[in-house]
Design a protein around this ligand. Structure first.
Ligand code: FAD
Length: 322
């Protein structure tokens, strides 16, 4: 028996969440005296999984699987789980992973817990800690099935290097027409920008910026920090910014290391989508703005004065430390 992970990738390159899943699975494997096997689909750098404790990579290469396909990927995970007699399957709780994990659970008749944020509290009975109520609370969930599927929350466990000898094995699962009943016909991508989902740092702004013409400083701050730009819902509703930047409960979730909120009040629906972020910095003229209650650092001030000064200081810091 081995612990199986889904090593998520994009355009042939493993994502950070794949290494987080590997780090996490390795810890559980050590405590249970077993090994970690990863499934990597159309991935060029699978060997890097060995840095994070993966013993074996099942490499799937198939042109029909270039775009994420939940049904086909779930069938692959099932066949890999059977091959490895996996009792624990770890899948990152990403946009793709949240489609994939329940399908895998159904395929292998497993219990599933999503948004798990820590190592199992206990392995017998099998209990995991996960977030609940849009990250406002935690609960302990017990999985009683023989096979368990864990959805690992992004940026929750972190990376643990654990150099391991990794074997790579070509894996050719049998797929049928039903696996490809849903086809991706077109993929439109924002180019030249850091994607919110993958960003370590997100610079986000709200209605406090008064109008779309004032976003230059937000983009400049993001560029200095190598960050993605985001916004509150009304900002995208008013077409000040594209809908792809809308974050919050009804927008994209953010689990960045640093989230900077400029001129955003901190309504519950906004906070719900971003509070998995590690460090939150708030810039707002109103000292009573609700966002300050969840902020790690707060600046009470006018964004039009504070942000340019911040950019200036960061640029100077970068020059002095180049
Ligand atoms: P405002 O509430 O208008 O706040 C602007 C802030 O800017 C204020 O705090 C003000 O003090 C500050 N400010 C003003 N001038 C300056 C200045 N010069 N410098 C610095 N600060 C300044 N919202 C989301 O964001 N994401 C969601 O996913 C989402 N989902 C929703 C779902 C539902 C069902 C509902 C009902 C609402 C949802 N909302 C969502 C909307 C949410 O309730 C708030 O209305 C919204 O987040 C407010 O956006 P804001 O903070 O940009 O604007």
């Amino acid at each position: 028996m081995s612990i199986l992970i889904y090593a998520e990738s994009a355009e042939g390159k493993l994502k950070k969440v794949a290494f987080e899943a590997a780090s996490y699975a390795k810890k559980i494997a050590d405590s249970l005296g077993t090994t970690v096997t990863a499934v990597a689909i159309n991935t060029n750098n699978a060997a890097e999984l060995g840095n994070y404790g993966v013993n074996k990579v099942l490499k799937v290469t198939n042109d029909k699987l270039v775009n994420f396909n939940a049904k086909a990927y779930a069938d692959i995970m099932k066949q890999a789980a059977e091959k490895e007699t996996a009792k624990i399957i770890v899948i990152p709780s990403t946009t793709d992973g949240n489609y994939l994990a329940p399908l895998v659970a159904v395929n292998v008749n497993a219990g599933f817990a999503s948004n798990v944020v820590a190592l199992p509290v206990s392995t017998s009975p099998f209990q995991v800690k996960r977030t609940a109520f849009s990250n406002k609370a935690f609960n302990i969930t017990e999985i009683n099935t023989d096979i368990k599927v864990i959805g690992l929350a992004k940026n929750s466990f972190g990376l643990t290097e654990n150099p391991t000898t990794t074997s790579e094995e070509d894996f050719t699962p049998s797929l049928n027409d039903a696996d490809f009943a849903v086809k991706v016909t077109q993929v439109d991508k924002a180019t030249g920008k850091v994607a919110i989902a993958d960003a370590e740092i997100v610079v986000s702004a709200g209605r406090g910026l008064k109008g779309p013409e004032n976003w230059g400083m937000v983009e400049e701050l993001a560029s200095v920090l190598g960050a993605a730009t985001a916004c509150s819902k009304p900002v995208s509703d008013m077409d000040w910014r594209p809908h792809s930047e809308h974050v919050g409960q009804t927008g994209k979730p953010v689990a960045a290391n640093l989230y900077i909120a400029i001129g955003i009040s901190g309504a519950i629906q906004h906070i719900a989508g971003i509070n998995a972020s590690k460090v939150k910095v708030v810039i707002n003229t109103d000292p009573e703005a609700p966002f300050f209650k969840v902020a790690d650092y707060g600046i009470v001030g006018d964004a039009f004065e504070v942000v340019p000064k911040l950019i200036e200081k960061l640029k100077a810091f970068k020059t002095n430390n180049a």
